[in-house]
Design a protein around this ligand. Structure first.
Ligand code: DLL
Length: 474
């Protein structure tokens, strides 16, 4: 799908960011209500380098990375086409001379075409699920695994983790990088891990109560599912010892954060990453929650217009393109993540000097073009959660009855507001539709559903049901 940067979309995105800013202020108030004094330790001195020191280190890492990639067939050919080698990288700006890498390139190299070390040196494989049924395989040497734990430990510590804590990991353990990545990150901090894995929500709650879990690690949608069961079973969140959650792996909004925090009585921190680059550990929030600090000593992050592939002006949303410079088994150059976010380079009061990224606003490939307007699912979520009575459980259904995309949003009503009075439900529906129009500029039909009618998620949520390929009667 082609990304069209329409005026309206940029306006909408800026509106989201402005709103997020105010929500961040509220979040900071909440921080003061933390259940224990917040530990502001910074794990690695590289997180506080001056810009000059950092750029010198990055340049060394980038040149070394290009040198190590020269024998990987894909890059060997691309370097020849672009007329570059490691010696042509004289400044960080020279990154624009290097080739981009896409998911399709990795797929063409399936399974191990991008391996940059002899296979005997590999210590672990992971993979990300793909639309083709075959995962994209990624590989790690023992040093890569050490680095990965260190990077996860950095963001965990920046979000309050201390060695005396007990951490319950409710991510899938398997090819998915979430479970193992966070597991070793927690161990690196010296905290205790409960490798609960995803699913069996009542058992998760039992473990949380019996083992006095301090920190929960999972996807935001699974945190919401856990909060739902807690409320269903009439468990008082104050009876839990839970203090923090480190959530990532999928897009979520500030409104969703508020819901998770208030229903579990915790502080929830966002962290970001992707398997092709390393897994979780690319960036994560500190206590200030003014964006996720990027681990810039290992990753070079560009923010490009997805259509022109030129850098977007500072502070504007664009596609993140990431170079993993220091990985041994599978370094990657300029990987097109498809994730749309904004980069911030102003000072953060936490003391880290690294640039930060906003939460992911959407993906250039899940952007919907509805009657010519670009809409991201996160904008719809934001609108829903602004209306009292709408639950954070929804599904966006895309159809194409003629030549244009049509959208319907199915959203659950919270149990306290669900009523058999038609007038009440009609008024709620109207208020939601108005809010969606304010944020997206479009009239989108809302279908209200009774509580608990939409499937709950244990891993990443599936919010968009795309029926455009199928014949649909409407
Ligand atoms: O989801 C790695 C991860 C696991 C990150 C656990 C954080 C926590 P993949 O399965 O390869 O890897 O999916 C990567 O997930 O390109 C984003 O679109 C999305 N994503 C990851 N973290 C976030 C986040 C893992 N915090 C894809 N906010 C990425 C929004 C996220 N989207």
């Amino acid at each position: 799908m082609v990304f069209k940067t329409s005026q309206l979309t940029i306006k909408n995105l800026l509106a989201i960011l402005t709103l997020s800013f105010f929500t961040i202020q509220i979040q900071q108030q909440l921080t003061k209500m933390s259940k224990e004094p917040f530990n502001k330790t910074i794990l690695n001195p590289n997180e506080t380098l001056t810009r000059g020191e950092l750029e010198n280190l990055q340049l060394r890492h980038l040149r070394d990375c290009v040198r190590r990639l020269a024998d990987v067939p894909f890059y060997k050919q691309k370097f020849a086409e672009h007329g570059v080698n490691h010696e042509s990288i004289r400044s960080l700006n020279d990154i624009s001379r290097l080739p981009l890498t896409t998911k399709a390139d990795l797929r063409n190299g399936y399974p191990l075409g991008f391996l940059a070390v002899p296979r005997e040196v590999v210590a672990r494989f992971h993979g990300s699920s793909g639309t083709t049924g075959k995962p994209t395989i990624v590989a790690y040497t023992p040093d890569d695994l050490k680095l990965w734990s260190e990077l996860c430990a950095r963001f965990l510590v920046s979000g309050g983790l201390q060695s005396r804590h007990t951490v319950q990991i409710a991510f899938g353990y398997g090819l998915f990088t979430g479970g193992f990545g966070l597991h070793y990150g927690v161990e690196r901090v010296g905290a205790a891990v409960i490798p609960a894995a995803a699913g069996n929500t009542r058992r998760q709650l039992m473990l949380m109560q019996d083992m006095q879990t301090d920190v929960l690690v999972c996807t935001p949608s699974y945190a919401l599912t856990i909060a739902d069961v807690l409320r269903n079973d009439n468990i008082d969140p104050a009876s839990l010892t839970l203090k923090y959650a480190h959530l990532g792996g999928e897009t979520w909004t500030e409104q969703m954060r508020e819901t998770i925090e208030s229903s579990l009585g915790i502080l929830a921190f966002n962290n970001y990453g992707l398997s092709e680059v390393i897994g979780p550990g690319v960036s994560g929030e500190c206590i200030e929650r003014t964006g996720m600090h990027i681990q810039e000593d290992h990753f070079l992050v560009e923010c490009l217009d997805p259509e022109t592939l030129k850098p977007v002006p500072n502070g504007k949303p664009g596609e993140l393109v990431i170079t993993a410079m220091t990985k041994q088994a599978m370094p990657i150059l300029r990987y097109r993540t498809r994730d749309i976010a904004v980069l911030y380079d102003d000072e953060c009061p936490c003391g880290r000097t690294t640039r930060r990224m906003s939460r992911v606003i959407g993906r250039s490939d899940d952007m919907m073009i509805i009657r010519g307007v670009n809409v991201f699912p996160s904008q719809i979520e934001e609108a829903l959660l602004r209306v009292e009575g709408a639950a954070p459980h929804y599904q966006i259904e895309l159809t194409r009855p003629g030549t244009l995309d049509e959208v319907r949003v199915k959203v659950e009503v919270v149990p306290e507001k669900f009523s058999d009075k038609l007038a009440d439900m009609a008024s709620l529906k109207r208020r939601i539709e108005q809010e969606v129009t304010t944020i997206t500029g479009l009239h989108i039909t809302i279908d209200l559903l009774p509580p608990k009618s939409i499937d709950r998620f244990e891993g990443k949520a599936k919010r968009v049901i795309d029926l455009r390929g199928m014949k649909v009667e409407v």
